[in-house]
Ligand binder design. Structure first.
Ligand code: NAP
Ligand code: MG
Length: 499
């Protein structure tokens, strides 16, 4: 077994967390995997092993589902008032903030993102989302209905928690993804079995400790670390789970849907994207250029809503691409824990090779590498911010989600909004998009024409807790965050009382 690597920039608390044993949270207890197996977790900035984590599989998922079922049906959770449920969720946000430095360090180390992003964005936004959903715990209501059936009736609907929820999340924002899933499930009174991504289990486990600290009852949140094809597949197929919420690739999304058919559990999916970014000739370049740059290179391009297909009007195409290339050349690529790092590594060797392979495919198909295109250094999994021009919709780099720092730039020479929209909508995905113009009418007309779940105008997007996010087309089913996000975790019951 490799020696565990303790990064010299880690604070005492994060180092102490890493030194602890990392077990599964099931029914309020930290348990080893039933198989006794553990697996390595890495620092993508060095490729070194930073911790070993219990490798849960179907047997552990079974235990966790039983614990979640028991907590849902017989535990104190169902008797806790909405107000007290909300207070616990709110306190969880307080604890996240109190432990922000430690959690941000763990997030930066395990995911690779810069410490400043983790500290100033991931952790506070997660706290915000917990608070936002804490507020909803007391505001889950039904309707009274006027019905026309002869007789006298009192008819109403109630929204009840959907029950035991399985949640499977990716590695690109480990803490944020856990929060998007847990916050609405807790607000609505569900119980949960959460499986973090194999690459990034650490902050979810730390969150599990905080969940215990705020007094959320045992068995309400169970966390099983492990692999997708074992633990993940067991969640998707489990007959004791009422609903599965998944974020990840469309490919695995399809596997989840099939597995969920066994007991017809409810399914929500937040899948891939290939989001268009449309720059009109009248756009304010001082806003558009940095906005588009950020929209693709944030988090090393590992963002489901990343603006990865640029359509710029011919009149401004060169200016836009040169502007982005200039900004990209100034992005400081480095280890997430280093001072001044703006862009970290991609998550793994596999991902680095996958992204590099796409760039090669683009080149082979005739694309020009206008910026970047290569690896940075030979330790860790760093890639240059990359811009491909001379791309067209036949190319794999334009059609498929790369999930790395690669922008495909194309131009349009047209004033017809329908034709521009047709190009932008030429994708199996429909997660997000952005429009850059000073013309209010163009902005609104285009916003209506883009078939995607989130449209930015003169901004690529926002991660605010109140904004629902999710996909049209093959980008998914349902919306997370915002008031909409609660609906994924409730069932509507109609009650008809003959008076
Ligand atoms: P992925 O395989 O879809 O992983 C997402 C989650 O699903 C992980 O927890 C994964 O476990 C789990 N999983 C994998 N196979 C499963 C199965 N058969 N049944 C149940 N759960 C399963 O994504 P990935 O392999 O990490 O990344 C591949 C590509 O997916 C990326 O390059 C990107 O294009 C896309 N992606 C999109 C998003 C997004 O937010 N839209 C996020 C991540 C990845 P493991 O961790 O063990 O694989
Ligand atoms: Mg995978």
């Amino acid at each position: 077994m490799n020696q565990l690597f303790i990064h010299p920039r880690l604070g005492k608390k994060a180092a102490a967390f890493l030194a602890r044993e990392h077990k599964l949270l099931i029914g309020g207890k930290w348990l080893p995997a039933r198989s006794g197996k553990v697996f390595d977790t890495y620092d993508p900035g060095t490729g070194r092993v930073i911790a070993r984590v219990a490798e849960g599989d179907a047997g552990d998922i079974d235990l966790a589902v039983n614990a979640a079922r028991e907590a849902f049906e017989n535990g104190p959770w169902g008797r806790i008032t909405p107000s007290d449920r909300g207070k616990m969720i709110w306190r969880l946000a307080d604890l996240l903030e109190q432990n922000a430095d430690e959690i941000a360090e763990l997030e930066a180390l395990n995911n690779g993102k810069s410490l400043s992003t983790a500290r100033n964005s991931d952790v506070p936004l997660s706290a915000d989302l917990f608070r936002y959903m804490a507020g909803w715990a007391t505001k889950i209501t039904g309707e009274t209905l006027s019905i026309s059936t002869p007789g006298t009736y009192h008819t109403f609907t109630v929204r009840e928690p959907i029950g035991v929820v399985g949640q499977i999340i990716p590695w690109n924002g480990p803490l944020a993804m856990a929060t998007w899933k847990l916050a609405p499930a807790l607000a609505t009174g569900c119980t949960v079995v959460l499986k973090p991504a194999e690459q990034t289990p650490l902050t979810a486990l730390r969150l599990g400790e905080l969940i215990q600290e705020v007094g959320i009852p045992d068995g309400v949140v169970n966390i099983v670390t492990g692999f997708g094809h074992t633990a993940g597949a067991a969640i998707a197929a489990h007959p004791g789970i009422d609903k599965v919420a998944f974020t990840g690739s469309s490919e695995v999304g399809r596997i989840i849907v099939k597995a969920a058919a066994g007991n017809l559990k409810k399914v929500s999916l937040e899948l891939g994207g290939k989001s268009p970014v449309i720059v009109f000739p009248d756009a304010d370049m001082s806003v558009a250029v940095p906005g588009v740059t950020q929209g693709i290179f944030a988090n090393s391009g590992q963002v489901c809503t990343a603006g990865s297909r640029l359509f710029a009007h011919k009149k401004v195409f060169d200016r836009v691409v040169e502007g982005i290339a200039e900004q990209a050349s100034k992005i400081r690529v480095g280890h997430g824990l280093n001072d001044g790092t703006q862009m970290g590594p991609v998550i793994s060797q596999v991902q680095m090779e996958r992204v590099s392979d796409y760039i090669e495919q683009g080149r082979a198909a005739g694309a020009t590498v206008a910026a970047g295109g290569g690896r940075v250094g030979d330790e860790g999994y760093f890639l240059e911010p990359t811009i491909l021009t001379d791309t067209n919709p036949e190319m794999s780099v334009v059609r498929e989600e790369i999930f790395g720092p690669v922008l495909c730039a194309m131009s349009f020479d047209d004033d017809d909004l329908d034709r521009i929209a047709k190009q932008a909508n030429d994708s199996i995905y429909g997660l997000a998009g952005s429009i850059w113009t000073r013309d209010l009418s163009t902005a609104h007309k285009m916003a209506r024409r883009i078939r995607a779940g989130r449209i930015g105008v003169n901004v690529h997007g926002s991660t605010d807790a109140a904004i629902p996010t999710g996909g049209f087309k093959e980008s998914g089913w349902g919306r997370e965050k915002g008031h909409e996000g609660l609906h994924l975790y409730t069932e509507v019951k109609s009650v008809i009382v003959a008076l």
